[in-house]
Write a protein that binds this ligand. Structure first.
Ligand code: FPP
Length: 249
């Protein structure tokens, strides 16, 4: 596959959210354990992070571990956490070199302590980088985030700090763990599955979805370029008519 797809540099999505799926099947296809697929998935994480930064993407969110993933066999969960710690430790220097800021969304306090500490250090080290923000969704589920947001708002209401009439979309957006991050323009899911699996449900109300059969460990910059080219061929209407959109062009 050629990496030479012509992309409109003025219409690069500001925020791309990815569901990295298919690691287990990739390993199984080769007669290997599932963790082998996760290990190879790290190379795709590196390639796509670098590729997105090169294109001028400002925010890249990767669904690295969902709340539901805790239900996987303990051996796989432990291996994933170990891989995460190892990768963050090893790649912080690359993030610095590429001027990428790391941050997270999700229930970070449910992760193993060494993982929390590694993340804390990497977030602190990279906090002043401005080229791109890499957001790892860890122990994350959109429904958890929405429930959490509702609770925060209920507490404010009960304390008399706000009234029911003050509750609007901005207040809800501002109470989510994604509050400082613009909504994704494009969501990519690999491995042929056509679901959003409890990912950024509120934030993706108007995102464009791109599904590919490529398994995550095989996903490379050229596939990212293909996804963005596909995105650039779409008309984003946000509920308006096609005519209204062409009038403002
Ligand atoms: C989904 O594939 C993948 C995951 C649940 C984990 C993704 C983790 C990585 C790519 C490695 C570590 C990440 C970082 C950010 C360092 P699956 O296991 O559900 O695959 P399957 O559907 O084929 O079983």
């Amino acid at each position: 596959m050629s990496t030479e797809i012509a992309l409109d540099k003025n219409r690069i999505p500001k925020h791309i959210a990815v569901i990295m799926d298919g690691n287990g099947r990739w390993a199984k296809n080769q007669g290997k354990f599932r963790i082998f697929g996760h290990q190879h998935g790290v190379q795709s994480v590196k390639d796509i992070t670098e590729g997105a930064a090169e294109l001028g993407v400002e925010y890249l969110t990767l669904y690295a571990f969902s709340t539901e993933n805790w239900n996987r066999p303990k051996i796989e969960v432990n291996a994933l956490m170990t891989l995460l710690v190892k990768t963050i430790k090893k790649e912080t220097a690359t993030l610095m070199k590429n001027q990428i800021r790391l941050t997270t969304i999700g229930q970070i306090d449910t992760l193993p302590l060494d993982c929390q500490e590694e993340l804390r250090q990497a977030i602190e080290t990279t906090k002043n980088n401005t080229r791109m923000t890499l957001i790892l969704a860890l122990s994350y589920s959109a429904k958890w985030d929405i429930v959490n947001s509702v609770k925060k708002i209920a507490v404010q209401c009960k304390a008399g700090e706000i009234s029911i009439d003050d509750i609007n979309e901005d207040l809800i957006s501002g109470s989510l763990s994604t509050k400082k991050i613009p909504d994704p323009d494009l969501m990519i899911r690999t491995s042929g599955e056509h679901r959003i699996s409890n990912y950024l449900l509120w934030e993706m109300a108007y995102s464009e979805f791109y599904f590919t059969d490529v398994l995550w460990p095989d996903f490379r910059k050229a596939h990212l370029h293909e996804a963005i080219a596909n995105y650039q061929n779409r008309e984003r209407r946000f509920g308006k008519t096609g005519e209204q959109i062409s009038e403002v062009k």
